[in-house]
Design a protein around this ligand. Structure first.
Ligand code: NDP
Ligand code: GDP
Length: 327
């Protein structure tokens, strides 16, 4: 019989790719949708799957809506991807971020415990939890030192997932995913900001690109590859936590060079540093060790940073050429 999944954060980058992946596997896919004043379904349209997913209204902060969603969907698997996910905003809205990104993970776990404790649960943990790490390469056992309200909130979500596993025998797995991007990445994240700007500059619609700390290093992978790892974690016999990464790191500067060079441009002619875009506390360098995921899940990243950035530039060139909204 076909399995059923409920995805919180279905309108986000990962929610859209995961929906498509699970639909292709024959799942019934339900999405938990927070009501907003404007249309948030563009990613599901972009991937041409809006008519194939079933939407249930609710908000992570509202336990009753989560209980209702589990009862209505009769989900076998829950993927908790919803969050206030932008690190920069987490200093401007620290309390909201703590509530949505951190506290509400316990709402989802409580809903599972109350409705059907056999549901398998995936928690979207993050490399931001490593923060000011002293390890040159981070794995599942690396000590956490989050640097933003977002990172701190995610750490709560991570440990409460482990706690419900240990306390109530809930099948809860946390994927410690390093940065992953795509043509449907939010425009506020640095990769999309750069690829979108490069495309506009190429078409003469923008003259400068203002960035903050371009010496920061990230282990960037492709979201489409990473959602498969989420699914694999829930297909195991026992719940566990996994680092998901490419195992390669690059500076923001190098990423800019790739994006602009692809269009025959020199990034140094366009990029300017704006001190206001520096963060109160920075995560200088992230590099993940995906060894455990390879050994236990048989997963490894297929798409590395250069190919990823180039495909994002291509998609942004199409948008700019056709005067499509960038979102
Ligand atoms: P997005 O920001 O693209 O998506 C976040 C989703 O959460 C959106 O669908 C948003 O809905 C939803 N949401 C926000 N607040 C609520 C709420 N109160 N109730 C219900 N839904 C809500 O994130 P990504 O897809 O990039 O990431 C998915 C998850 O993985 C997030 O938890 C993120 O923190 C985490 N993560 C992401 C990484 C990355 O590099 N992308 C790395 C590691 C972890 P709406 O559209 O209505 O705002
Ligand atoms: P994060 O790793 O989840 O914070 O992902 P981001 O894409 O937002 O940021 C990645 C890195 O790029 C961080 O170290 C930022 O400080 C750095 N960065 C430099 N300039 C910018 C900018 O203009 N916007 C964003 N979002 N990040 C920037």
């Amino acid at each position: 019989m076909a399995k059923t999944a409920l995805i919180t954060g279905i309108t986000g980058q990962d929610g859209a790719y995961l929906s498509k992946f699970l639909l292709e596997k024959g799942y019934n896919v339900y999405g938990f949708l927070a009501r907003r004043g404007s249309d948030t379904l563009w990613r599901l349209r972009y991937l041409n799957i809006l008519d194939d997913v079933k939407i249930i209204d609710g908000d992570l902060l509202d336990l009753s809506s989560l209980i209702r969603a589990l009862e209505l969907s009769k989900a076998d698997e829950v993927y908790n991807l919803a969050a206030q996910s932008f690190v920069g905003t987490s200093w401007q809205q620290p309390i909201l971020t703590t509530q949505v990104t951190g506290f509400s993970v316990i709402n989802v776990l409580e809903a599972i415990r109350l409705v059907n404790s056999k549901i398998k649960f995936y928690q979207a943990s993050t490399s931001e939890m490593f923060g000011k790490t002293t390890e040159t390469i981070q794995c599942e056992n690396t000590v956490f030192h989050p640097r933003s309200p977002y990172g701190v909130a995610k750490l709560f979500g991570h440990y409460i997932t482990i706690n419900y596993r240990e306390s109530f025998n809930i099948f809860g797995s946390a994927g410690i995913l390093f940065n992953h991007e795509s043509p449907i990445r939010g425009i506020e994240f640095v990769t999309r900001k750069v690829t979108s700007a490069a495309a506009k500059i190429k078409y003469g619609k923008q003259s400068k690109l203002y960035l903050g700390n371009i010496d920061a290093q990230r282990d960037w992978g492709y979201a489409k590859d990473y959602v498969e790892a989420m699914w694999l974690m829930l297909q195991q016999d026992t719940p566990d936590d996994f680092v998901i990464a490419t195992g390669k790191t690059s500076t923001v500067r190098e990423m800019c060079d790739i994006a602009f060079s692809y269009l025959g441009l020199n990034y140094q002619d366009y990029v300017e540093i704006d001190q206001k875009l520096y963060r109160p506390a920075e995560v200088e360098r992230l590099l993940g060790n995906p060894k455990k995921a390879k050994e236990k899940l048989g997963w490894e990243a297929k798409t590395l940073m250069k190919e990823l950035i180039e495909l994002m530039v291509e998609a942004d060139m199409e948008r700019v050429k056709d005067n499509k909204p960038e979102f």
